[in-house]
Write a protein that binds this ligand. Structure first.
Ligand SMILES: NC(=O)c1ccc[n+]([C@@H]2O[C@H](COP(=O)([O-])OP(=O)(O)OC[C@H]3O[C@@H](n4cnc5c(N)ncnc54)[C@H](OP(=O)(O)O)[C@@H]3O)[C@@H](O)[C@H]2O)c1
Length: 228
């Protein structure tokens, strides 16, 4: 990968993916909603890394935000906003926001970049365990985590030969969202006895992006928790 774009690269797993590629000499662009925060994250990552601001929840502004970017051969769409919603107490505005961010926003990034994506390049979309293991409040998260699989299938057909894959992390124990919370209940249910770490997710993303035969894979990285 000579040029990698990580949407949602200012924090958490996206930031670790940026570090991975920067340390190996790749040209990296990472994004968040705020230009200063993105620039600071890029400086922290070091190497040939640039920060860029774009808001996936404002999809009509994405093309302009990406206008200055050159060719991309690795695209990681990792951004998320935390959400709590349920059928019983359905907040339509919250639902529309997350669906826009994750499904319309992710798609618009690819649309805006389509002439700059290398034919031998690859895209990784982030879903998550809530697709198959919903929890109270996950109605929209579970929905969009399934939606990215449909997006992957359609993009593979439309963008061929560009490869597209999805990763579904389980509880990522050392990610900022979870690292100070008690996850012993999840460890107890996980057959291999440990939860995924951010390094495990980065390793899986590098595999999905880099292996030229991997296309259309929806990969769970969760220690097998659904079998526990
Ligand atoms: N952590 C886990 O255990 C876990 C489990 C299952 C799935 N996942 C999935 O893994 C991915 C990464 O999760 P994470 O925990 O590392 O996330 P995180 O630490 O919360 O980071 C989220 C990233 O998304 C960006 N972002 C938020 N809202 C945005 C918006 N409207 N437009 C553009 N960018 C936006 C944030 O940037 P700014 O704040 O700088 O704008 C940040 O870079 C997500 O897709 C998540 O659903 C994570």
């Amino acid at each position: 990968m000579s040029s990698v774009l990580i949407v949602g690269g200012t924090a958490g797993i996206g930031l670790e993916i940026a570090r991975h590629y920067a340390e190996r000499g790749h040209r990296v662009t990472l994004t968040g909603r705020d230009a200063d925060r993105a620039a600071a994250a890029a400086t922290e990552v070091g190497g040939d890394t640039t920060g860029l601001a774009l808001d996936l929840a404002a999809p009509r502004e994405i093309a302009a935000a990406l206008a200055g970017l050159g060719a991309v051969d690795g695209l990681v769409l990792a951004a998320i906003e935390r959400d709590v919603n349920s059928v019983a107490d359905y907040d339509i505005d919250r639902a529309v926001r997350l669906v826009t961010l994750k499904l319309v926003g992710y798609t618009e990034v690819v649309h805006a970049l389509r002439s700059r994506l290398a034919p031998d390049g690859a895209i990784v979309l982030f879903g998550g365990l809530a697709l198959q293991r919903p929890y109270p409040g996950s109605i929209t998260v579970s929905t969009v985590n399934g939606g990215v699989i449909g997006l992957m299938h359609a993009m593979i057909v439309e963008l061929a030969p560009i490869r597209v894959n999805v990763i579904h992390p389980g509880f990522v124990a050392d990610s900022p969202y979870w690292r100070d919370r008690d996850l012993s209940h999840a460890v107890a249910r996980t057959p291999c006895g440990r939860l995924a770490q951010m390094a495990d997710i980065v390793d899986a993303v590098a595999f999905l992006l880099g292996n030229p035969a991997i296309n259309g894979v929806s990969l769970s990285v969760d220690g097998g928790i659904l079998l526990g």
